[in-house]
Design a binder for this molecule. Structure first.
Ligand code: SF4
Length: 774
């Protein structure tokens, strides 16, 4: 593999280690008798820490059999963390005592920046409000040799796409939309901080071998249809659970009509169907994007890996577990929501459906941009619509916000006059940060506590209740930036911009023509303001002190959780949760983001969004004497009383994000077991990492036999810990009702041998620490 061209020094940490990956892949081919592999398998298996031990140990033939069954031990190439989740990841990393990270790592300050009046006002205010957190993260970065992208530099996924993602790379990110990087041919997976610490400490990172859905794209995108419509259409077909345990691998001639940034939009929102990740095969659009972002040498290396060694594309005859076909020529703009990203309505049906469903007819705000849709292509298409409307004498009827994804894209849009067109036409351009996408929207027009519904159109990716403005009654409809932009000129749910006209001030009828834009800026990308760029590949410096004030209410050094005492677990049912319970319900964002680095303080948000199955109340649980408490209040009380507890829930518990506080806080508050009908993958893994016991009902009907206040005891945990491993197993659970009746049910766990070790040690970090000390 010496034919792979080397790259210049400043790109060395950014190019995937192709020679090493191909060496690994050669071993995999040998072990599996050259079984054809999908692209996802090639990238994953080339990152196996030890292919002989893994694949040889399983005696796999055919290799497809390991999908959904075996755990892969992987060595990712890179880690990226956003400011909210990086705090806990770094606090955990610090407990290992290591001097630096084993792989290149970056921290991005984006989630804590408020969006209200624009960068000039919002950024200084956010820096001041979050000073101790940003100072802490910067001091960690300097001490451990991490690249620090400060507040205002941009949103993690956009910066990763512009700088770090590359075909064949494997990356972990402490954010659920990390798969955005799959738009540039990487395997990028959203994880919790403890998983990131695995990669940062060169501890093999475990993943159950995902199944693979091939998404075949035929036809060609045209007119109003945009990459966003591909993924919103797929979300409507697969639902929020349909991708769980799967990688979505795109292929087919339709791929060639997409830009690299369009592919990133699609991969980004694979998170909305619960997919482990999504990715596209390396193609010309990637070459163009790499060249435009100063990484032509990486494209040259990737070309050799592709053309001479058959890497970066799937093998002929590789088999998918399922194939979904989308004809791009037939695709229509789609509007998804409210409250769930899989409720998909074609724009031609939206007016009628909105009446039938009693959705607000007045749209209150339009928001575009974010990590999902702030590419040059998106913005140049959108500005085409703004110009058409302006030429017809129209002005937006409702507020319009634009969030650039990075300083580079903002500066490029400014240079090319696109920003000016936006602001001349009434748009408010927010800072290069998450802002309104993650509850950091200081919205003046609608009170948070109003019972009245209101409707917003956004080009973001997520629309759970209270996600954007903290108001549970705000209905967020997700759609393409083009549709959001056209809708601001009427603010009317009955308007279909593809065919309806608007009366202009001079009495004429105006109809939009389909938007046109450019894939990449003709004059290249503009660097922007230097202040937003970090030092490339900083060196660690053990002399730098990490800044944590002992009386901070935002940062708290971690105390390790206690190891398992070897006894069966005996717990009381604190709560039965009804219906959808996302990580937003378990560990709310918004104002709570402030406490991400302070476990005790943030734990006051635990499950406050959950609905009590027995009473239908939100954030209400009852003590054994019948007295009602808010949910974290009762957890704290039981923790003080040394009464361990279990929470029961229904399907896809913990869907939505990689938020590890959703596992850390329940553990901190004395939870031992979470027993559910099914889990979302990342959350289940996070529970295991924090030493919790995540169980699923072997028989779902048992959920109905158990009530709050009942006692749940494991019967054969010691056996499970001694014998099970790698494929999970079953465990008996004894239930004692409050009237004394007892019965035993079966529950399943999916813990691997290593994860059982985490449970025994009290947490994954404890286990990693123990291993290091040995
Ligand atoms: Fe930020 Fe929203 Fe993107 Fe998450 S989805 S990284 S909150 S812009």
């Amino acid at each position: 593999f010496s034919k792979i061209p080397s790259v210049s020094k400043d790109l060395q940490s950014r190019v995937p280690p192709y020679a090493k990956l191909l060496t690994n892949l050669e071993k995999v081919h040998k072990i599996t008798n050259n079984t054809p592999l999908t692209l996802a398998e090639k990238i994953l298996y080339s990152h196996l820490t030890n292919p002989e031990e893994s694949l040889g140990g399983w005696g796999v033939s055919p290799i497809r059999d390991i999908r959904g069954q075996e755990y892969l031990k992987l060595s990712p190439d890179r880690v990226a963390m956003q400011d909210a989740s990086a705090q806990m990841a770094m606090l955990q990393f610090m407990t290992t005592g290591l001097p630096d990270t084993s792989v290149p790592t970056s921290i991005h300050c984006d989630h804590l920046v408020v969006g209200k009046n624009g960068e000039e006002y919002d950024l200084p205010k956010s820096k001041e409000t979050n000073k101790e957190v940003f100072d802490f993260l910067e001091s960690c970065a300097k001490r451990y040799g991490i690249t620090f992208w400060g507040p205002g530099s941009g949103i993690i996924h956009q910066i990763v796409l512009e700088n770090y993602s590359a075909p064949g790379l494997m990356m972990l990110g402490t954010d659920s939309h990390t798969p955005n990087a799959g738009g540039l041919g990487a395997i990028a997976i959203g994880v919790g901080g403890a998983d990131a610490v695995d990669a940062m400490t060169a501890t093999p990172w475990e993943l159950k071998a995902p199944k693979i859905v091939g998404v075949k794209l035929t036809g060609k995108l045209s007119g109003w249809s945009a990459p966003k419509d591909i993924i919103t259409t797929i979300a409507g077909k697969l639902t929020v659970r349909g991708g769980t345990g799967y990688i979505l691998e795109y292929f087919g001639e339709g791929v060639d009509s997409l830009s690299c940034t369009g592919m990133a939009t699609i991969c980004n929102m694979g998170a909305e169907v619960g997919a482990t990740t999504s990715l596209f095969p390396y193609n010309d659009a990637h070459r163009r994007y790499l060249a435009a972002t100063g990484r032509k040498e990486i494209a040259n290396a990737a070309d050799v890996a592709l053309n001479q060694f058959n890497f970066l594309k799937s093998d002929e005859y590789a088999q998918y577990d399922d194939v979904l076909e989308i004809n791009l020529s037939d695709l229509e703009p789609t509007v998804n929501g409210p409250f769930t990203p899989d409720l998909s309505t074609k724009i031609s049906d939206y007016a009628q459906t909105s009446l039938e469903e009693n959705w607000p007819q007045d749209i209150s705000v339009g928001l575009i941009g974010s990590c999902t849709n702030s590419s040059y292509q998106d913005m140049s298409r959108v500005v085409d619509l703004v110009k058409q409307a302006a030429d017809a004498g129209l002005k937006p009827k409702i507020p319009f916000f634009v969030t650039p994804g990075s300083e580079q894209i903002r500066a490029t849009l400014e240079r090319d006059g696109i920003m000016k067109t936006f602001t001349d036409n009434g748009a408010i351009v927010l800072g290069n940060a998450c802002g309104p996408c993650i509850g950091q929207w200081d919205r003046g027009d609608v009170p948070k506590d109003t019972k009245q519904t209101n409707s917003i159109f956004t080009s973001f990716n997520r629309n759970f209740r209270a996600r954007n403005d903290g108001n549970r009654n705000t209905m967020n409809f997700l759609t393409s930036p083009e549709i959001v932009t056209a809708m601001i000129y009427t603010g009317d749910a009955q308007f279909n911009p593809l065919k309806d006209s608007i009366t202009t001030p001079d009495g004429k009828q105006f109809t939009f023509t389909a938007p046109k834009g450019e894939e990449l800026p003709q004059r290249g990308f503009e660097h922007g303001r230097d202040v937003f760029y970090p030092e490339n590949d900083p060196k660690p410096n053990a002399e730098i002190p990490v800044k944590v004030s002992p009386d901070s209410d935002r940062l708290q050094l971690l105390e390790p959780f206690k190891p398992w005492d070897g006894k069966e677990l005996k717990t009381h049912v604190l709560l039965k949760v009804k219906g959808k319970c996302t990580t937003d319900h378990i560990s709310a964002a918004g104002v709570w983001l402030k406490y991400k680095g302070h476990l005790e303080n943030i734990s006051y948000n635990t499950l406050i969004g959950a609905q009590n199955y027995e009473t239908d109340e939100v954030n209400k649980a009852y003590d054994l004497d019948g007295k009602g408490y808010d949910i974290p209040g009762l957890m704290m009380k039981w923790k003080d009383e040394h009464r361990p507890w279990v929470v029961l829930a229904e399907h896809n518990y913990g869907e939505g994000s990689a938020r590890e506080h959703a596992a850390l806080s329940p553990r901190y508050l004395g939870g031992q077991i979470i027993l559910v009908k099914s889990f979302a993958r990342i959350h289940e893994t996070n529970l295991k990492k924090q030493g919790m016991l995540p169980l699923t009902f072997a028989n779902e009907a048992d959920f109905d036999r158990i009530s709050s206040g009942d006692v749940i005891e494991t019967v054969n945990l010691a056996d499970m810990v001694a014998k099970d491993g790698d494929n999970g197993g079953e465990i008996d659970v004894k239930v004692t009702k409050r009237n004394g009746e007892t019965f035993t049910i079966k529950a399943k766990h999916t813990m691997s041998k290593d994860q059982i070790n985490f449970f025994k040690a009290g947490s994954a970090i404890n286990y990693i620490g123990q291993q290091r000390r040995k």
